[in-house]
Ligand binder design. Structure first.
Ligand code: G3P
Ligand code: CA
Length: 244
């Protein structure tokens, strides 16, 4: 089997070097030559898809509150960069539509659904993907596999990726989703081995483990033959892939 060079997937943007899940982090990742961007989404009170890892704004902004209890107008007053470094003061929580506007279309976007919000997020996400002509360049992932099934029901062309932490979960999830055209597996790298990666790839699945930040793990993943590596340090992975 030929081993392909893995995709560089920038976790929450270049989150090791810029405030996670901001336009600055996505821009930096693009400049560093990533092939794809991973980001996390929630739904605002007024039904917009907001890019943020946590359900609250407490950790990554200067505000306090739950995203789903806040309107876009309220969310946009918050500073999402200064907590990381004062040079990023003024960064805002992005709307997913703003990321679609910023990131060139040839770069894949892995949208991780963090909360379904009574199944209101999936239709809003699919609407945006259709409106921005991103259906074929987005991979929707989630630990909530029912949410993925729902997204696929709304848009059969959507690519879905199973996030999982332990092998048993993966196998149960795969059984559940058989016939729904799972595009990719997103395992915790610490819990997989080469045989499992090769087995999935031989079934036609992409394998994108998370989150690999040191060279030793990156090299191990390359040796396993993974399809992509989710990392906070896309420039580090790019340098490693370019080295002889
Ligand atoms: O998508 C892979 C990874 O991002 C899952 O964990 O907590 O960083 O969203 P987390
Ligand atoms: Ca994530």
């Amino acid at each position: 089997m030929t081993i392909q060079s893995p995709l560089i997937i920038a976790h929450r943007g270049a989150a090791g070097e810029a405030p996670e899940n901001t336009l600055a982090a996505f821009q930096l990742a693009v400049e560093q030559g990533c092939h794809a961007i991973e980001l996390d989404v929630h739904l605002s009170k007024d039904g917009e898809v907001i890019v943020c890892h946590d359900a609250t704004v407490n950790r990554t902004t200067d505000g306090i509150g739950t995203i789903h209890d806040m309107t876009v107008e309220q969310l946009k007053t918050l500073d999402a960069g200064r907590w990381f470094d004062e040079k990023y003061e003024g960064e805002r929580l992005p709307l997913l539509s703003e990321v679609f506007d910023l990131v060139p279309r040839h770069i894949m976007i892995n949208v991780e659904i963090k909360g379904s919000y009574n199944r209101q997020l999936e239709p809003a996400l699919i609407r945006l993907m259709q409106e921005y002509n991103r259906v074929d360049t987005v991979v929707i992932s989630s630990f909530d596999h029912k949410s993925l099934l729902f997204a696929k029901l709304i848009e059969p062309m959507a690519k879905i990726g199973l996030l999982y932490d332990v092998n048993a979960v993966r196998h149960a999830a795969l059984a559940d989703l058989l016939g729904t055209n799972v595009y990719s597996l997103h395992p915790n790298f610490k819990r997989i081995d080469k045989a499992e990666v090769q087995d999935a790839i031989s079934q036609g699945l992409q394998v994108y483990p998370y989150t690999l930040n040191d060279e030793k793990r990156m090299k191990q993943a390359i040796e396993y033959g993974v399809s992509g590596i989710i990392t906070d340090f896309p420039a580090r992975l790019r340098a490693l892939l370019a080295s002889p």
